[in-house]
Design a protein around this ligand. Structure first.
Ligand code: ZN
Length: 274
């Protein structure tokens, strides 16, 4: 049973509004997330900390802070929150984390999993944790296509494999935390994991990049980053219908303001925020 839930804010970053909303015209998306003078919108990197009977699970890690200034200048990380402090603020220590569940290996989801010390040595941030990814996704990230290459930074996950702390969800179900149900999606990237669990009598869905913000509820609002946008549409429609039926909370990893919301069907059968 999930006994405690904490949103772990790891700060904000910027991504091009056009890239985030795909074919949707700016006149529409700019009402949902106001861009700056360079068309860049602010997005959260919202992780999750879940306490179960015997484990402390961290879902995703934000982008971390080990990249150089040039890399960071493309994404303008900002805000006062960071991964480590946000975990400490819950009362738990970094050593308490037993499992790090990575939805996928894009830098803004797994960058905080590996830290760089003052000598430039890379090592797992959470020294007592098992790190989880999906084998099919890991293989996909290790031989990246030209569109996603810039998002898969090997320094974010190779040190986990080298340290022997990386587990693959497919092969290790026996030690996978039983409270967390995995949903696999292929529209955004190959074999991304979204997570479902119950807490306090409510059902929660951590959508990762399938529904990155509350502004992405509407079906055609699909990111240009997605490798298979028509698959994303199908996957998103199914998830939204499920969430509406089950009265689930959707957790939005990138929404700058709304951490979680429920959805409902309107009179014309469209899914909208409840
Ligand atoms: Zn992504």
């Amino acid at each position: 049973m999930v006994q405690e839930l904490y949103y772990i804010n790891t700060g904000f970053f910027k991504l091009d509004g056009g890239a985030m909303f795909g074919v949707v015209p700016k006149s529409m998306w700019s009402k949902l997330n106001q861009p700056d003078e360079n068309n860049m919108c602010t997005w959260a990197m919202r992780c999750l900390l879940l306490k179960t009977e015997d484990r402390l699970l961290l879902i995703d890690t934000g982008m971390g802070d080990k990249q150089d200034l040039k890399f960071r200048s493309h994404f303008s990380p900002h805000g006062s929150d960071n991964l480590i402090q946000s975990i400490l603020d819950t009362g738990y220590s970094i050593e308490d984390v037993t499992d790090v569940l990575l939805t996928h290996l894009h830098f803004d989801h797994c960058g905080g999993a590996v830290s760089k010390n003052s000598d430039g040595v890379l090592s797992p941030t959470f020294s007592n944790a098992t790190y989880w990814t999906h084998r099919e996704h890991y293989n996909w990230a290790m031989q990246p296509n030209d569109r996603e290459k810039a998002s898969f930074l090997k320094e974010n996950f190779n040190p986990l494999l080298q340290a022997g702390v990386l587990e693959f969800y497919n092969e290790s179900k026996k030690i996978w935390p039983k409270e967390i149900k995995v949903r696999i999606y292929n529209g955004h990237t190959q074999a991304m994991m979204a997570f479902e669990f119950d807490f306090n009598g409510e059902n929660y869905l951590y959508c990762a990049d399938l529904i990155p913000s509350s502004g992405h509820i509407s079906i055609p609002f699909i990111m240009s980053y997605d490798v298979q946008p028509l698959i994303s549409i199908k996957e998103k429609s199914e998830l939204l219908e499920y969430a509406a039926q089950k009265n689930s909370y959707l957790i939005f990893e990138h929404d700058p303001k709304i951490a979680a919301a429920k959805v409902k069907l309107n009179d014309s059968g469209r899914v909208i925020l409840a």
